[in-house]
Design a protein around this ligand. Structure first.
Ligand SMILES: Nc1ncnc2c1ncn2[C@@H]1O[C@H](COP(=O)(O)OP(=O)(O)OP(=O)(O)O)[C@@H](O)[C@H]1O
Ligand SMILES: Nc1nc2c(c(=O)[nH]1)N=C(CO)CN2
Length: 198
């Protein structure tokens, strides 16, 4: 039987071919994303590492780099009102669209029983999408780049360590932004290290 003579083989509609091709392009064309992690409650290192491992275990996500760890003064709140944070940044390659990556970030926060009861309140884990490719969006559900990342040394310092040439879309080079903001209250913890999942 020739391939075309089988009466049970139906022609594939053009729309389906198009959708499959589009999905295929996405799968072969992972996007760059930058995720910031912060913790100021409980076992902060264990929580940060757990979040990194959970990102890596997510289908369609690969953790490509993990920054050094910084001990940072709580930003945006009364000095002395909260424990200090440990902050880090991870670089991802992902086939997930931005909204799905945010859903995963929220699921990881929930897994660590983060309670959203106070604006900028203490938290076991905060997982923010800092940037996704060069996407710029003012959607309040997912603003890209993160609307406050360019003024936060606790994001810029670790990001600069893992990607010195990085730029914040619409704001300029991370190196320049970090220079402008300064490193006050942001101290590298050389004695602590997060690992890149195998
Ligand atoms: N780039 C982004 N990354 C993560 N969440 C975002 C982003 N843009 C908008 N959001 C929205 O912000 C909401 C509040 O997030 P969250 O509770 O983590 O804020 P926060 O950590 O207290 O403060 P901040 O956003 O200043 O870090 C989330 O429900 C989410 O939909
Ligand atoms: N140092 C520091 N301060 C913060 C942090 C954080 O991760 N580190 N996160 C906040 C809300 O996301 C508010 N303030």
């Amino acid at each position: 039987m020739t391939p075309n003579s089988d009466p049970t083989v139906q022609p594939v509609p053009a729309s389906v071919v198009h959708q499959v091709d589009a999905a295929d392009v996405t799968l072969h064309n992972p996007k760059r994303a930058v995720v910031a992690l912060g913790s100021n409650l409980g076992n902060r290192m264990e929580t940060l590492q757990g979040a990194i491992d959970a990102l890596e275990e997510t289908p369609g996500v690969r953790v490509k780099a993990v920054s050094p760890v910084y001990e940072t003064e709580p930003w945006g709140v009364e000095p002395g009102s909260q424990p200090s944070y440990l902050n880090a940044v991870v670089l991802l390659r992902t086939t997930l669209p931005p909204g799905s990556l945010l859903e995963r970030a929220h699921a990881i926060e929930e897994a660590y029983a983060r309670v959203r009861d106070e604006h900028w309140g203490p938290r076991t884990i905060d997982v923010d999408i800092v940037a996704y490719q060069d996407v710029v969006s003012d959607d309040p559900e997912l603003t890209l780049p993160h609307p406050r990342c360019h003024e936060r040394a606790f994001v810029l310092a670790p990001w600069h360590d893992v990607d010195p040439g990085a730029e914040v879309p619409g704001h300029g080079p991370v190196a320049d932004l970090l220079g402008a903001v300064g490193r006050e209250g942001v101290v590298r913890r050389g004695d602590l290290e997060l690992s890149l999942p195998e």
